[in-house]
Design a protein around this ligand. Structure first.
Ligand code: BDR
Ligand code: CA
Length: 312
């Protein structure tokens, strides 16, 4: 039985794994990428926007609109992940300059237009800090009924990856994450428990290398990203964090979730950005988020690699 593709907007900060999320989405008939909005996070907003345009050129989809959004977190100074992704956000490949500019600098206006004109609720996927998504919560309340759900990569039940307590996307803009978590949107959190299981290594880079322009591009992205994780953490491979959000849309049986309360720490210097997940329901706080706990890695890798192969 064929079903119509899930329409969604991707809010991202490319970023190696954001780039792979875009590529997986454009290679997958189960989902329809209506547009890309960008946010400052891994790199400055101009770089994130440029990188999104480069990736869409690479997959030959110049028809997908790109709108840039928040250039800084709601209240804090921006901290980037240049040590992981490079100063430009996408170290490794040396692609041609993008063939076009962003459609606008008004990501929120774009999201508003899509939601207002949609004939069915639209999914939002966020793979960077939640700054733009917080603005959707505060400024687009009249359109929340047109948001099917928000799936975001961010947070962790346990340890963080940027401080011992916090994962990068939530750490960069904890006030935004707090607004999102307190909203009535239906939310799915794809945190580090899930994404650290979703890794690729050198063998995957080598499998795609030489298979065409996209294959070479992915291989060079992985050379950098896997190499960073090998050097920095001593891991065999690199978690492809952001692509898991798209894989979850494509096949909701891949990720196991629990429905519980998630609260964001915004005050403590030591643990700011921590996603406090009430796994054992020890508080009276209402469940507000479907939290990923595990992914079937073999099926994830098969899905991702087979779809990337179709792009070459
Ligand atoms: C998240 O942080 C970024 O560096 C990645 O793109 C991903 O979205 C993982 O913590
Ligand atoms: Ca990201």
């Amino acid at each position: 039985m064929s079903t119509s593709p899930i329409p969604f907007i991707l809010d991202c900060d490319p970023g190696h794994d954001d780039a792979l999320a875009i590529m997986l989405a454009t290679a997958s008939p189960e989902v329809e990428l209506l547009g890309v909005t960008t946010v400052a996070g891994n790199t400055l907003m101009e770089n994130a926007t440029r990188n999104a345009l480069i990736v869409l050129d690479m997959v030959n989809r110049p028809d997908i609109p790109v709108h840039s959004g928040s250039a800084r977190p709601l209240v804090r100074e921006l901290r980037t992940a240049a040590s992981m992704h490079g100063d430009g956000g996408l170290d490794g490949p040396v692609p041609a300059a993008p063939s076009r500019s962003a459609n606008s600098t008004d990501a929120l206006g774009f999201i508003e237009n899509i939601l207002s004109s949609a004939t069915q609720p639209v999914t939002l996927v966020a793979t960077g800090p939640l700054t733009n998504m917080a603005k959707v919560v505060t400024d687009l309340g009249h359109l929340h009924h047109m948001i099917k759900e928000l799936v975001f990569m961010g947070g962790a039940i346990g340890l963080g990856n940027w401080t011992p307590a916090a994962e990068f996307n939530i750490l960069v803009d904890p006030e935004a994450a707090d607004i999102v978590m307190n909203s009535n949107l239906t939310k799915t959190m794809i945190g580090l428990e899930v994404t650290h299981e979703a890794w690729l290594d050198d063998s995957h880079a080598n499998e795609l290398r030489g298979t065409g322009a996209c294959g070479d591009f992915v291989a060079e992205l992985l050379d950098h990203f896997v190499g960073f994780h090998q050097d920095r953490f001593g891991w065999q491979g690199a978690p492809i964090h952001d692509a898991v959000t798209i894989a979850h849309l494509i096949d909701p049986t891949l990720v196991t979730t629990i429905f519980t309360n998630v609260t964001i720490e915004t005050e403590s210097e030591l643990t700011v950005g921590r996603t406090v997940v009430d796994v054992y329901s020890v508080t009276e706080k209402p469940a507000n988020t479907h939290v990923g706990t595990h992914i079937d890695r073999d099926r994830f890798v098969t899905l991702l690699m087979s779809r990337l192969a179709t792009l070459s």
